[in-house]
Design a protein. Structure first.
Length: 344
């Protein structure tokens, strides 16, 4: 559920940092600045500047949530690995807390996006896959983000589909995982290899001109009816459907959502993915799940980060209250007099 208190959501991406005031399910007064990736300090300065610019308009928030495209040790808010932004090794929650003061909560951006989708759709159990340069994922169980023991779990893009498939293009030792098969990087890799070996085809001619075939090239070729490009998307859909079936069998979600840049071409692969998943998922689970595109749009990251702040601040407050009540109860049960005579 959303918060009736003002929280801020910060969505840190490879190209821009967006900060918004989040009330319930809506983000307002969003400010955006280009991401300075020249180093961790300039990037932190940019995050701080965006937050201060917004608080000058809307006032001090009860808490701030920050979503970053990184692996986060959630309890400490430390960035363990980060591919596109220079934050690896930074204790982000602590550093931003020193800079900004109020409660700070940091999580993976795909987790935040999944939380936003659950809130916007009014569901409590969902799985979200973001198909972009890599493949990210987020899981919401009973209205809260599932993270695993240390906050590093739910790496859905690194679930293997083909044991001896292509190596993962990301920071992952796996082969044949969803990121190696269904990401924009994988689509470009496969299209380039196909074009390189078939110079008399449309993809081949594109390769001869550019020495590569981009994802956008593949989309355009497929939309023009090119058989090779359509085959690549059919294959992507088959692999994606295999992964979806596994997630349905494990988590039994109400929704499986597909987002990310590659999802803009969903008309070329999503129905194939549904068909494949239907043949693999357990029937009793499959008939109760809906597979569709993510609905949150461009503001989902900001909304999700704000919801993260609202949920975690509420949980912290409840824990402090419980601890205080426990201490009061112990004090009331304590003896009114000191040790009895002869006690050691």
């Amino acid at each position: 559920m959303g918060s009736d208190k003002l929280v801020l959501g910060v969505d840190v991406g490879g190209t821009k940092v967006a900060v918004g005031a989040v009330w319930g399910r809506e983000a307002t007064e969003i400010v955006e600045h280009p991401t300075d990736t020249s180093g961790s300090e300039p990037l932190l300065d940019g995050i701080e500047a965006g937050v201060r610019e917004l608080t000058a308009k809307v006032g001090e928030p009860a808490a701030i949530g920050v979503g970053v495209p990184s692996q986060i040790e959630f309890a400490s808010g430390t960035v363990l690995t980060s591919v596109n932004i220079p934050l690896a090794g930074v204790p982000l929650r602590e550093v931003l807390g020193h800079r900004l003061g109020p409660r700070i909560y940091v999580d993976n951006d795909a987790n935040c996006a999944a939380l936003a989708e659950a809130e916007l759709l009014g569901v409590r159990n969902l799985v979200m896959l973001t198909l972009g340069t890599g493949v990210g994922g987020g899981i919401v169980i009973d209205g809260r983000i599932f993270r695993g023991t240390h906050g590093l779990g739910a790496e859905l893009g690194h679930v293997a589909i083909i044991a001896d498939g292509p190596p993962c293009p990301g920071n992952c030792p796996n082969r044949g995982c969803l990121e190696a098969l269904c990401s924009g990087t994988a689509l470009e890799r496969d299209a380039t290899e196909l074009g390189k070996g078939r110079p008399d085809t449309l993809l081949g001619r594109i390769y001869e001109e550019q020495r590569r075939v981009t994802g956008r090239n593949v989309v355009q070729a497929a939309e023009q009816g090119d058989a090779d490009a359509r085959m690549l998307f059919e294959r992507l859909g088959t692999w994606l459907g295999t992964g979806i079936a596994g997630f349905v069998n494990v988590f039994e979600p109400e929704r499986v959502l597909i987002g990310g840049g590659v999802s803009r071409a969903a008309g070329l692969f999503l129905e194939r993915a549904r068909e494949e998943a239907a043949t693999r998922a357990l029937p009793a689970l499959w008939e109760r799940v809906t597979v569709e595109l993510a609905q949150g749009g461009a503001d989902a990251g900001v909304i999700g980060a704000g919801l993260l702040a609202a949920h975690e601040a509420e949980r912290d407050t409840a824990q402090v209250g419980a601890a205080s009540r426990g201490a009061e109860a112990l004090a009331q049960r304590a003896p009114e007099h000191g040790p009895t005579e002869g006690a050691s």
